[in-house]
Design a protein around this ligand. Structure first.
Ligand SMILES: *[C@@H]1O[C@H](CO)[C@@H](O)[C@H](O)[C@H]1NC(C)=O
Ligand SMILES: *[C@@H]1O[C@H](CO)[C@@H](O)[C@H](O)[C@H]1NC(C)=O
Length: 173
């Protein structure tokens, strides 16, 4: 099960589609909410969107006995250098159609990375579930970093309806 596929494949697929908005990759986009990218990540005008921060913990094994510092560090560095796009983010939890964009990472304690995200879907239920603190995320394996990950609930700072104007949003709920 791939937690988030970074990935050269996804990146180049999307880069081909919208070279203007994500190319070249930049570690710290000027605006955390990149409307252009969000738009390209879903059908224009149809996407429900949330942004915010998220914590994840990496382990060497599925039994979560040992924190995997190397895998966590490499994933964080990777996000900061290349950003990360997932075209079917946590499909085990949401089903298909959720697009995740992770653009910044910080190690906030020895066991935890914090990520900044923008996530979109054409289905508002996905975004409501994403932003619920009650949605469980089963442990998942990331073969790129040989790491077992626990995704903690996502904290949405803002949510947007499909756009008629970028200003329209529901705020936190
Ligand atoms: C979410 O987007 C708003 C509007 O662009 C921005 O002010 C805020 O910093 C973003 N929050 C996060 C955590 O990315
Ligand atoms: C939206 O997602 C929910 C939950 O995954 C699903 O039950 C529903 O059928 C989806 N709606 C549409 C229109 O795809």
């Amino acid at each position: 099960m791939v937690r988030i596929t970074l990935l050269a494949a996804a990146l180049s697929a999307i880069a081909t589609q919208c070279s203007a908005s994500i190319h070249p990759p930049h570690p710290y986009p000027a605006s955390p909410f990149l409307g252009q990218i969000a738009e390209q990540m879903a059908l224009p005008g149809v996407a429900w969107t949330a942004n915010g921060t998220h914590h994840a913990k990496g382990y060497t094994t599925k039994s979560m006995e040992m924190t995997y510092a190397k895998g966590m560090r490499e994933d964080c560095e990777n996000v900061n250098l290349n950003m990360k796009l997932s075209t079917n983010f946590r499909s085990d939890v949401f089903g298909p159609g959720v697009k995740g964009y992770f653009y910044k990472c910080e190690k906030i304690n020895p066991e935890t990375n914090q990520y900044w995200f923008t996530i979109t879907s054409g289905n508002s239920t996905h975004i409501d579930r994403l932003c619920s603190q009650k949605t469980p995320y089963p442990i998942t394996y990331d073969s790129q970093h040989s790491t077992w990950w626990i995704d903690e609930p996502f904290t949405c700072t803002q949510q947007w309806r499909p756009l008629m104007g970028e200003g329209e949003h529901r705020g936190r709920h």
